[in-house]
Design a protein around this ligand. Structure first.
Ligand code: UDP
Length: 502
C-alpha cells in the first residue's frame, strides 16, 4: 500500500525491538514507509539490520528520541531492559519509560506530515496521548503469545488472581480453549508486581482504546487463542507472524537485535563440521540471568550428556562467580572438541537455522519460542518468569514439540537455601538425552516440529494466514487514516470519525 507512513514504537527490550524491526521490514515490503522510533543506544544496535533492509530497497528507517533516564538518576546510556541489573534501577527505568511521551510528542511535531498510523508496543501506553492529540490511528503490538494474553485476561476477569491464597496455589484457567493448570507464580501477567499497579492500569486502558491489536503469532498454532482474545477485547486483531519466518539474508540473521559477540562465520563453520540435528543450542534470552550455582549444574549436565553444543552464556561476561568457575575449573578445555561458548550475544537465528542444530534449550521467551517453531527445532524448556511458563505449556502440552527441564517456579519463588538451583546436573543430562533421542520418540518429535515449521513459513507467504492478516491490517489503517483526515478537513463536522467495520 504505497504512501502510508507507519511509526513503530517498541518497548526498549530486545524481545520487543526485534519483532518491531521485523514488522517494519514487512510493512515496507508491502510498499509502506516504516520508521522505528527508539532511543540512541537501541537505534545503534539495530542500525546494521535497518541499513541492510534499505540497501535491499525497503523504505525503513530509524528515528532517535531521547531516553529520559538520566533526568531520573539512571546512568547515561542505560536505555535497554537488558542493562537493568541492579534492583534499585528497575522501577526508575519504568518511570523513565513512561516519560518518553514528551520526546515522542516533539518528534511527531517535527514531521512535515501526520503519519498514518503508530504501532505501539503494548508496554508503551504513554504513546496514547500523543496519538490522540495528533489524530494518529494507534495499533497495539503484543509481543507475548495469544495463549498468555488470553490466560492472564481470563484469570483477571474471573477473579482467580484475587481468590488464591498465595503464589503457589494451583488453579485451572477458566473458559480456556485447552486445559491449562498452574499457579500465580507461573501465570503472572506483565506489570503484576507490587508497586506496578499504575503501570498495569495504563497498559490495560491503552489497549482497550486502541484501534486494533497485532500479535506476533500465527493461526495454525494459536488461532483459538487469538480469536477468543479478540472477542474478549472486542477489538480487531491480526496474527501476522512469526516474523522470524520471513526471509532474512545472512547479515540480517546474524545482526538481529545487536552485533554478535562471536563471528557468525566462525559459528557456521563450526556447525558445518557437525552431523545434521546433532547439536544442542542453549540460550536464556536477553534478560534472564541464572545464578552461578545453577549455571554450573547446567555446565556439568551438558558435559555429561556428551553431545555437541553451542551455549550463549551471557553470564560469562556479567557474573564474576561464573567467570571464576570457567577460568579455574577447566570446563571449556574438557569440552573443547564439542562445545562452543558464546560469551554474550549470539547470532541466534543463524544458529537455529543451521541443519546441524537438533535441539534448543530455551528460556521460552516468546521470540525464542517462535524461532524454534519457525526453524523446526525441538525444545528443552527452562522458563524463568512472566510469559515464559505459558510458552512452555504451549510447546510441550499443546504442540508436543518439547521436553521439560523440570523448572517449577521463577527463581524468586524458591526457598533461599535452594540457591537458585532447580535442575541438577543429572536431570540436565537426562533431559538432553530425551530431547536428542535418536529413537522413534525423538524422530516423531522432530517430524512434528518440521511440520509446524512448514506451516509457519506458509503462513508468512502470499496466500498464508499471516500474510492475509497483514494485508487486512494495512487496508484497515488506510481507511482509518482517510477518515481521520476527513475529520480534520471538515471543520464543520462535529461527529467523531467512524471506524471501519470490525
Ligand atoms: N537473541 C539473540 N542472541 C542472544 C540472545 C537473544 O539473537 O544471545 C535474540 C533472540 O533470537 C530473540 C530475542 O533476542 O529474538 C530475545 O527475545 P525472547 O522473547 O526470546 O526473550 P527475552 O530476551 O525477551 O527474554
Amino acid at each position: 500500500m504505497a504512501g502510508l507512513h507507519f511509526l513503530l514504537v517498541p518497548l526498549v527490550a530486545q524481545g520487543h525491538i526485534i519483532p518491531m524491526v521485523d514488522l517494519a521490514r514487512l510493512l515496507a515490503g508491502r510498499g509502506a514507509r516504516a520508521t522505528v522510533v527508539t532511543t540512541p543506544v537501541n537505534a545503534a544496535r539495530n542500525r546494521a539490520v535497518v541499513e541492510s533492509a534499505r540497501r535491499a530497497g525497503l523504505d525503513v528507517e530509524l528515528a532517535e528520541i531521547a531516553f529520559p533516564g538520566p533526568g531520573l538518576g539512571l546512568p547515561e546510556g542505560m536505555e535497554n531492559m537488558d542493562m537493568v541489573v541492579e534492583k534499585e534501577h528497575f522501577m526508575v527505568f519504568f518511570q523513565a519509560l513512561w516519560k518518553m511521551d514528551a520526546p515522542l510528542e516533539e518528534y511527531v511535531r517535527s514531521l512535515p506530515r501526520r503519519p498514518d498510523c503508530l504501532v505501539a508496543d503494548s508496554c508503551n501506553p504513554w504513546t496514547a496521548g500523543v496519538c490522540a492529540r495528533h489524530g494518529i490511528p494507534r495499533l497495539v503490538l503484543h509481543c507475548p503469545s495469544a495463549y498468555f494474553l488470553l490466560a492472564t485476561h481470563n484469570l483477571t476477569k474471573h477473579g482467580v488472581y484475587d481468590r488464591v491464597a498465595d503464589d503457589l496455589e494451583t488453579f485451572e484457567v477458566p473458559h480456556f480453549p485447552v486445559r491449562a493448570v498452574g499457579n500465580k507464580a507461573t501465570f503472572r501477567g506483565f506489570f503484576q508486581w507490587p508497586g506496578a499497579e499504575g503501570f498495569q492500569r495504563d497498559v490495560a486502558e491503552a489497549e482497550t482504546t486502541a484501534d486494533g491489536l497485532l500479535i506476533n503469532t500465527f493461526r495454525d498454532i494459536e488461532g483459538a487463542f487469538v480469536d477468543s482474545y479478540a472477542a474478549a477485547l472486542g477489538l480487531k486483531t491480526w496474527a501476522f507472524g512469526p516474523t522470524c519466518a520471513s526471509s532474512l539474508d545472512a547479515d540480517a540473521k546474524a545482526g538481529r537485535g545487536n552485533r554478535a559477540d562471536i563471528d557468525a562465520g566462525h559459528v557456521v563453520s563450526w556447525l558445518d563440521a557437525r552431523r545434521p540435528s546433532s547439536v544442542m543450542y542453549i540460550s536464556f534470552g536477553s534478560i534472564a540471568h541464572l545464578p552461578a550455582k545453577q549455571l554450573i549444574e547446567l555446565a556439568l549436565g551438558l558435559e555429561a550428556s556428551k553431545r555437541p553444543f553451542v551455549w550463549a552464556i551471557k553470564e560469562a561476561k556479567s557474573n564474576a562467580d561464573v567467570q571464576a568457575w570457567l577460568a579455574e575449573e577447566g570446563f571449556e578445555e574438557r569440552v573443547k572438541d564439542r562445545g562452543l561458548l558464546v560469551r554474550g550475544w549470539a547470532p541466534q537465528v543463524t544458529i537455529l537455522s543451521h541443519p546441524a542444530v537438533g535441539g534448543f534449550l530455551t528460556h521460552c521467551g516468546w521470540n525464542a519460542t517462535l524461532e524454534a517453531i519457525a526453524h523446526g527445532v525441538p525444545v528443552l524448556t527452562w522458563p524463568n518468569f512472566a510469559d515464559q511458563f505459558s510458552s512452555e505449556r504451549l510447546l510441550v502440552d499443546v504442540l508436543d514439540v518439547g521436553v521439560r527441564s523440570g523448572v517449577k517456579v521463577p527463581a524468586m519463588n524458591l526457598p533461599v537455601e535452594a540457591e537458585g538451583v532447580q535442575v541438577a546436573s543429572g536431570d540436565v543430562e537426562k533431559a538432553v538425552a530425551e530431547l536428542m533421542d535418536e529413537g522413534p520418540e525423538g524422530a516423531t518429535r522432530r517430524a512434528r516440529a518440521k511440520e509446524i515449521a512448514a506451516k509457519a513459513k506458509a503462513a508468512m507467504e502470499e496466500g498464508g494466514s499471516s500474510y492475509a492478516d497483514l494485508t487486512d491490517m494495512i487496508s484497515y489503517v488506510a481507511e482509518l487514516s482517510r477518515n481521520k483526515s476527513h475529520e480534520r478537513d471538515d471543520t464543520s463536522a462535529k461527529a467523531l470519525p467512524s471506524k471501519p467495520e470490525l
